[in-house]
Design a protein around this ligand. Structure first.
Ligand code: NAD
Ligand code: UDP
Length: 314
């Protein structure tokens, strides 16, 4: 057996891919999740495999285990879900970070925080480097998530500096792929599901806002590599994402073409504080561990479309 690794949020979209990868590498994996947005089905293929353990646990409560590494992914990531109970979202980020950092300290375990490009808010710098402090509305509808993740980063650094905990902070930019939920509410899953069902594609605002989408296998490879390499000097923060940028209007057209759909694009109101543009500067992680994304948008979308076709029984 390799290491004993705790993955919080392990039954979620990214977490399920991460648990699979860590098990393939012969580690013992403890997947802890409160199943708010995660599903047991996402890790069903791992249940019963030697070395895999699922525990229903909420990170707002303390946890006592013996582990070598911790990946803290527990937190709803879709704006629809994190805004559903904004107080709980903030507790998840802040209390979750405190409890897991305490656990890391006791175990002398390395711990990775799934942070986010949302720490940059509606960025004025473009592309966004890690040295940019961001432009976040502290009382807007996204504040529970953005400020929760910013507070978690601060706690990670405090434990790193005061208690020499070995931390990894990864600022994840928009990531997509198989095992997103059809009702996740984020743009890639919404557009693909709508296109496959020949329903209207809901484009918010004028559709000229941009995002830069990373395929999930690239992300997970970077996460694991950052955890397996180096020592205290790789605390970060590190941006991780695919710098190829696209407008939401172009994304809708691309998905309609790739699915051969007869869907029409309809415009809906732009949610408050929706960032106008987002693109990672990934030079820091490239230099630190040689990571860069390999999967292009078209290839990743085709894989994701194939997954949703099966999931929707089409
Ligand atoms: P997701 O919603 O699919 O997964 C989150 C998981 O955390 C779910 O399984 C959910 O049930 C679990 N969870 C939520 N609250 C919890 C709690 N209090 N206790 C225990 N478990 C809890 O989202 P995802 O896309 O897989 O995101 C995973 C992590 O990566 C999140 O922390 C998110 O903020 C971060 N992230 C994701 C993206 C992205 O584009 N996917 C971008 C930036 C950051
Ligand atoms: N969006 C959209 N239609 C949808 C869902 C999202 O046009 O059905 C837009 C949303 O307004 C944002 C972008 O797509 O500009 C990405 O949204 P998502 O919720 O995926 O993630 P965000 O990066 O905003 O957290």
């Amino acid at each position: 057996m390799g290491k004993k690794i705790l993955v919080t949020g392990g039954a979620g979209f990214i977490g399920s891919h991460l648990c699979k990868k860590l098990l393939e590498q012969k580690n013992e994996v403890i997947c802890a999740d409160n199943l708010f947005t995660g599903r047991k089905e996402s890790v069903a293929c791992l249940m019963g495999r030697p070395g895999f353990h699922f525990m229903q646990h909420d990170v707002t409560e303390p946890l006592y285990l013996e582990v070598d590494q911790i990946y803290n992914l527990a937190c709803p990531a879709s704006p629809v879900h994190y805004q559903y109970d904004s107080i709980k979202t903030m507790k998840t980020s802040v209390l979750g970070a405190l409890h897991l950092l305490g656990l890391a300290k006791c175990n002398q375990a390395r711990i990775l925080q799934a942070s986010t490009s949302e720490v940059y808010g509606n960025p004025k710098a473009h592309p966004q480097p890690e040295g940019y402090y961001g432009n976040v509305n502290p009382i807007g509808p996204r504040a529970c998530y953005d400020e929760g993740k910013r507070a978690a980063e601060a706690l990670f650094f405090s434990y790193h500096q005061q208690h020499q905990v070995e931390i990894r902070i990864l600022r994840i930019f928009n990531t997509y792929g198989p095992y997103m939920r059809p009702d996740d509410g984020r743009v890639v899953s919404n557009f693909i599901v709508q296109a496959l069902q020949n329903r209207d594609i809901t484009l918010y605002g004028d559709g000229l806002q941009t995002r830069s989408f990373c395929y999930v296998s690239d992300l997970v490879e970077g996460m694991v590599s950052l955890m397996e390499n180096g020592g205290m000097e790789l605390a970060g923060p590190f941006n991780i994402g695919n710098p190829s940028e696209i407008t939401m209007a172009e994304l809708a057209e691309r998905i309609i073409r790739l699915t051969g759909s007869s869907s029409k694009v309809v415009h809906r109101e732009l949610p408050a504080d929706d960032p106008v543009k987002r693109k990672p500067d990934i030079s820091r992680i490239k230099e630190a561990i040689g990571w860069e994304p390999k999967v292009g948008l078209e290839q990743g979308l085709l894989e994701t479309i194939a997954y949703f076709k099966k999931e929707l029984g089409l």
